[in-house]
Design a protein around this ligand. Structure first.
Ligand code: NAG
Ligand code: NAG
Ligand code: NAG
Ligand code: NAG
Ligand code: NAG
Ligand code: NAG
Ligand code: NAG
Ligand code: NAG
Ligand code: NAG
Ligand code: NAG
Ligand code: NAG
Ligand code: NAG
Length: 451
């Protein structure tokens, strides 16, 4: 009843007093479809400007375009973050043939994505992210070949990535992360050569990274972390020279870091944390001079830390812990003056701590625990004024704890247990007042603990 009376109102408000469906203009059909959808929402009060008394072009979230005869048509429906609760099934997509943008992100839209959504043939932006959508991704989405942006992340969608996505050749940005997708990454992605952003992280995808990823020469951000991806990193990544972010962490990827990464001259973040990568870090890493973040931790990487690492002058975060590195720390590490975190724990690193480490004046976190480091702690460590965390546990360090350590007034964690350090501790060790944890067990320290 409510729907009917509203429609009557709507029609009585038109310029032409005698009006039937056959002569109603486009905008009236469009407004009617939207009002019908509103009536089915649980939160109608959030769209109180949506009434039959005003033109749909004046409603919240609605944008119209006017043709040569000043006839309006709805081109954008942007209703993000309003708290809307309802379904998409009740929206008559056929009535909105000119829609370019549909953005319902951050609401409580539930139910599935209707197959008739493919009626929105002019759509360039579809954002249904952060809702409560269920069901599968309908293959009909592949009919929306003008789409540039497709965001479905953070829903409870399941099923696999439809092969029909191979038709979305205008896509710039595809974010289907964190929606429980299964199956493999379909080969059809090689068709999407305009993609800048491809987010597939946080699903249950398996299979390997398809070789035709090398066709995505415009790719800037590629994130497939936290899936079940296997296989190797394909050599075809050499083509992805615009890549800035490459996240593969939390998968089951094997093999070596291919030498082709040396071509990815624009890479800023490279993260393969927690995979099954083997073999040494390739020398070609020296090419990646824009790298700010390099996470290789929790793999089976062996061999040495290449001294070429000293070329990566923009590096801020370097994680190599839980691997099988057997070399010493190259002195050229001292070049990385922007470094803030440096984690080498749980390897078989030997040799001395190079005194050049004292050049890393921005270092906050330094983890070198569980290695085979010998020699003494260099006094230059006292130059690391930003240091918050220093963990040298479980090595073969000997000699004294240099007095310069008391200069580390930001230090909160100082872990030195299971070494062979001796003599007295510097009396001013805790003068910064921030020290929360001091691990000294299994050394040969003498005298008082200055706390
Ligand atoms: C739209 O709103 C404006 C004022 O905000 C008003 O002047 C105009 O008449 C309205 N148009 C229609 C068609 O409702
Ligand atoms: C959708 O709208 C939200 C604001 O509600 C905005 O943050 C988001 O960027 C929009 N999505 C797209 C794809 O433009
Ligand atoms: C949907 O809109 C189209 C075009 O305006 C119309 O022909 C059709 O009858 C509508 N369908 C429903 C179920 O309202
Ligand atoms: C949507 O999902 C969130 C989190 O999964 C839940 O808290 C909320 O109750 C759901 N809302 C609806 C309308 O289903
Ligand atoms: C839309 O896609 C489906 C499946 O991908 C297909 O069967 C159908 O013919 C397409 N419809 C149109 C109008 O292109
Ligand atoms: C990929 O593009 C080719 C060439 O345009 C086309 O023939 C093929 O159907 C597309 N593949 C898919 C899966 O859409
Ligand atoms: C690299 O990209 C070109 C297009 O620029 C393509 O023809 C070639 O097949 C790609 N190579 C690989 C290995 O994917
Ligand atoms: C380093 O980059 C250059 C392009 O600037 C390229 O020619 C060279 O092959 C790359 N080296 C490695 C080891 O990848
Ligand atoms: C690293 O491990 C691989 C595979 O386990 C092995 O073939 C290679 O010889 C090792 N290299 C070094 C330098 O230890
Ligand atoms: C890195 O430091 C070494 C000395 O340890 C120096 O010879 C080299 O030129 C530096 N490289 C860069 C790129 O600054
Ligand atoms: C430590 O601080 C003292 C002054 O307290 C200063 O003389 C010394 O040069 C500093 N050492 C380092 C390594 O920064
Ligand atoms: C520990 O250091 C002392 C000298 O301070 C040395 O005599 C001893 O051999 C060292 N022990 C080990 C296990 O390295």
């Amino acid at each position: 009843m409510a729907v009917l009376s509203l429609l009557v109102l709507f029609f009585s408000n038109l310029c032409f007093p005698v009006l039937n469906v056959a002569t109603a203009s486009n905008i009236e059909f469009q407004g009617r479809a939207l009002l019908q959808w509103k009536m089915a929402l649980k939160t109608q009060e959030l769209l109180d400007t949506w009434t039959s008394k005003t033109s749909p072009c004046n409603w919240t979230g609605i944008t119209c375009r006017y043709n040569g005869h000043r006839m309006p048509t709805i081109t954008r429906v942007q209703l993000g973050q309003l708290g809307l609760e309802g379904e998409l099934e009740t929206l008559n997509f056929s009535a909105l043939p000119s829609l370019r943008v549909l953005n319902l992100s951050n609401n409580h839209v539930h139910g599935s994505i209707p197959t008739c959504i493919s009626a929105l043939s002019k759509l360039t932006i579809l954002d249904l992210s952060a809702n409560n959508l269920t069901g599968i991704i309908p293959s009909e989405l592949g009919n929306l070949t003008r789409l540039k942006t497709l965001w479905l992340f953070e829903n409870q969608i399941s099923g696999s990535i439809p092969l029909s996505f191979g038709k979305l050749k205008n896509l710039n940005s595809l974010d289907i992360s964190a929606i429980s997708l299964v199956g493999s990454i379909p080969l059809v992605f090689g068709n999407l050569t305009k993609l800048n952003v491809l987010y597939l992280w946080g699903n249950d995808l398996d299979g390997s990274i398809p070789c035709d990823i090398g066709n995505l020469v415009n790719l800037r951000d590629f994130e497939i972390s936290d899936n079940q991806i296997t296989g190797h990193i394909p050599h075809s990544i050499r083509n992805l020279t615009k890549l800035e972010t490459f996240y593969l962490s939390g998968n089951n990827i094997k093999g070596s870091i291919p030498g082709e990464v040396g071509n990815l001259m624009n890479l800023r973040d490279f993260n393969i944390y927690d995979n099954q990568m083997t073999c040494p870090i390739p020398d070609c890493i020296r090419n990646l001079t824009k790298l700010e973040s390099l996470h290789l931790g929790k793999n089976n990487i062996n061999g040495s830390i290449p001294s070429e690492i000293g070329n990566l002058l923009n590096l801020r975060d370097f994680g190599l812990y839980e691997n099988q590195i057997t070399s010493s720390i190259p002195p050229r590490i001292g070049n990385l003056t922007k470094l803030e975190s440096f984690y080498l724990g749980n390897n078989n690193i030997n040799g001395f701590i190079p005194s050049e480490i004292g050049n890393l004046v921005n270092l906050k976190y330094f983890g070198l625990y569980k290695n085979q480091i010998t020699g003494s702690i260099p006094p230059s460590l006292g130059s690391l004024k930003c240091l918050i965390y220093l963990n040298l546990d479980n090595n073969h360090l000997s000699g004294i704890l240099p007095i310069e350590i008391s200069n580390l007034t930001n230090l909160m964690y100082l872990q030195l247990s299971y070494n062979n350090l001796s003599d007295n501790l510097p009396p001013d060790l805790a003068k910064g007042g921030l020290l929360q944890y001091l691990g000294l067990s299994y050394n040969n320290f003498q005298g008082p603990i200055p706390l």
